[in-house]
Design a protein around this ligand. Structure first.
Ligand code: OAD
Length: 256
C-alpha cells in the first residue's frame, strides 16, 4: 500500500484529527517561511527582531518589522490547503488545527467556508500578528491597525492603560502559553490522526505534537516538499506542496 493510500485510509477511519501547521502551509499564499533558502531567518537576524532583549533595546525597529509582516499577511489570501482544511472541519470528524503560524489565514479560510460564524479558530501556539499585548498591564487585545514606527512615541499603545504595547507573539527565549500547549498535547494524544503540514519540525515544544499522537496509538501523516526530522517517525510521508496535496487528500471527507 502506498503512503498516499495509507494516509487516505487513516483519515477516512478517523473520528478525531489534529492538524499541526507551520509556515509552509501559507507559502503558496505568498507568506515567507523561516528556514527555506528565501526564508525570513536567511534575510533577518532573529536576535535583532524576535527576542525580548531586542524589543527592550529597540522597540521601534521590532515594531517596524512586525508592522511590515502584518501588512504583508493582510495582502495575502488563504490557499487551497487552508480552504480544504476548513472544509474538512465542517464534516463529521472532530478537527482541530494547531498552528505555529502567526498569520490569520486559517481563520480567514474558516470564514470563507462558513461565513459569519467566526469558527473556533486554530490554536495559535506562537501567538498572532493581529494581537498586541501591553508591556505594563499585560492585557492582550485584537489589533489590525497599520503600525506607525516613525519614532517611539508613535508606537502602538495599550487601549486600557496607555502603556507601550508589543506584538502578542512568542519570541525566542519565551515560554509558550501553558494552557494552550497542554490542550494541544491532550488533543494530539486523543487523536486518531495527526496531519502535519509545512513545518520543518525543529522547533520545540510545537514539534512534539505528532509525538503525542504516536504515543496515543494514532497515525501520523506528514505533508512537506522536503524531508524533515519527523519524516522517519511518520506513518505516511507525502512529499509535495500543501496547496496541491491537501485538497485531494481530504476530498469528500466532509460528507457524513
Ligand atoms: P520553517 O521555515 O522552519 O519550515 C517551513 C517548512 O515548510 C519547511 O519544512 C519547508 O520544506 C516547508 N514548505 C515550504 N513550502 C511548502 C509548501 N508549499 N507546502 C508545504 N510545505 C512547505 O517554518 P516552521 O516550521 O513553521 O517561531 O517554523 C517553526 C517556528 O520557527 C515558527 O513558528 C517561528 C520560527 O522561528 C516563532 O516565531 C516563535
Amino acid at each position: 500500500m502506498s503512503d498516499w493510500s495509507k494516509a487516505r485510509a487513516a483519515l477516512e477511519a478517523a473520528r478525531n484529527i489534529v492538524v499541526l501547521t507551520g509556515a509552509g502551509v501559507s507559502a503558496e499564499s505568498g507568506v515567507p517561511t523561516f528556514r527555506d533558502t528565501d526564508g525570513l531567518w536567511h534575510r533577518f537576524r532573529p536576535e535583532e527582531l524576535a527576542t525580548p532583549e531586542a524589543f527592550r533595546d529597540d522597540p521601534r525597529l521590532v515594531w517596524e518589522w512586525y508592522g511590515w509582516r502584518r501588512e504583508r499577511v493582510a495582502a495575502c489570501a488563504p490557499n487551497a490547503g487552508h480552504l480544504s482544511l476548513a472544509r474538512l472541519a465542517l464534516g463529521p470528524r472532530g478537527v482541530t488545527v494547531v498552528t505555529q503560524n502567526v498569520d490569520d489565514l486559517h481563520e480567514r479560510a474558516d470564514d470563507e467556508m462558513q461565513p459569519g460564524t467566526g469558527g473556533a479558530g486554530p490554536l495559535h501556539l506562537h501567538g498572532s500578528l493581529f494581537r498586541s499585548r501591553c508591556t505594563a498591564c499585560g492585557v492582550s487585545y485584537p489589533d489590525r491597525e497599520p503600525v506607525d514606527a516613525t519614532d517611539e512615541d508613535s508606537l502602538p499603545r495599550c487601549p486600557a492603560c496607555g502603556g507601550l504595547a508589543r506584538p502578542d507573539v512568542v519570541w525566542f527565549g519565551e515560554l509558550l502559553d501553558e494552557d494552550l500547549l497542554r490542550r494541544a498535547f491532550r488533543l494530539a494524544r486523543d487523536a486518531d490522526v495527526c496531519l502535519v503540514v509545512g513545518t520543518s519540525s525543529v522547533v520545540y515544544p510545537a514539534a512534539s505534537v505528532p509525538r503525542y499522537t504516536r504515543a496515543g496509538g494514532g497515525f501520523v501523516i506528514e505533508v512537506n516538499p522536503s524531508r524533515t526530522p519527523l519524516s522517519a517517525l511518520a506513518d505516511a510521508v507525502l512529499q509535495g506542496p500543501a496547496g496541491g496535496m491537501i485538497p485531494p487528500l481530504v476530498a469528500d471527507l466532509w460528507s457524513p
